[in-house]
Design a protein. Structure first.
Length: 212
């Protein structure tokens, strides 16, 4: 029996997994990446008969969802950066697919499951916070989503949603290098002209600057 698997990310890890699954002879693999170059070259150079290269970008989850529905996969394997995995986990949950995170980012995976099962968030709120965090895509985003899963009421959930949207606005104005996750308020670090700026997008928009 052939199993159909989608591997997301055609870097070293994703490419290796695609090759190993191809060798097993029991898997039909689709190897997706933001561009077709890497998966296409891998398939052509190594003659991988059971691997299909595909153009998939998780920044556009609706398009990925359509691809999942069209091809009827059994599982998704993600070798994407950890901050992309909450989106991938949600797609797997929505389409009732097995999900495996090759980065072994357990906190992000567990946090994503808790977030999507939380009664404090409406579907609209989930969409808003994911869109905001995905627009930033820096270290710490996965941890923040795990913290957001702890919201115990719609009001608390709204705080996390609006904080994420404020972070997105800040990132647009001045690129953020990392999200600080050692406290419930969302904090971020920006680097501009060799200046490290730590800020908290709270109701007061308080910030502080530290020179290197």
């Amino acid at each position: 029996m052939m199993h159909r698997v989608l591997v997301l990310g055609a870097g070293k890890i994703g490419s290796l997994i695609a090759c190993l699954l191809n060798q097993r002879g029991q898997y039909e693999v689709h190897l997706g990446d933001m561009t077709l170059d890497a998966p296409k070259h891998l398939v052509e150079d190594l003659g991988l008969e059971r691997v299909t290269p595909c153009l998939l970008d998780v920044r556009h989850p609706d398009a990925v969802g359509t691809y999942l529905s069209t091809h009827q996969f059994d599982a998704i394997l993600s070798s994407l950066p950890y901050f992309c995995n909450p989106t991938v986990a949600r797609l797997a949950l929505t389409h009732q697919l097995h999900y495996f995170d090759l980065t072994e980012d357990v906190r992000s995976a567990d946090g994503a499951k808790a977030f999507f099962r939380s009664p404090a968030y409406t579907l609209t709120m989930q969409t808003r916070i994911l869109a905001a965090l995905h627009a930033v895509r820096v270290p710490g985003v996965g941890d923040y989503l795990a913290s957001a899963a702890e919201a115990d009421s719609p009001r608390a959930a709204l705080f996390f949603v609006e904080s994420a949207e404020m972070l997105q606005a800040q990132h647009t104005a001045s690129p953020v290098a990392a999200v600080l996750t050692d406290s419930r308020p969302l904090g971020a670090v920006s680097v501009v002209d060799r200046t490290v700026s730590a800020s908290t997008p709270s109701w007061s928009q308080a910030d502080s600057t530290v020179r290197r």
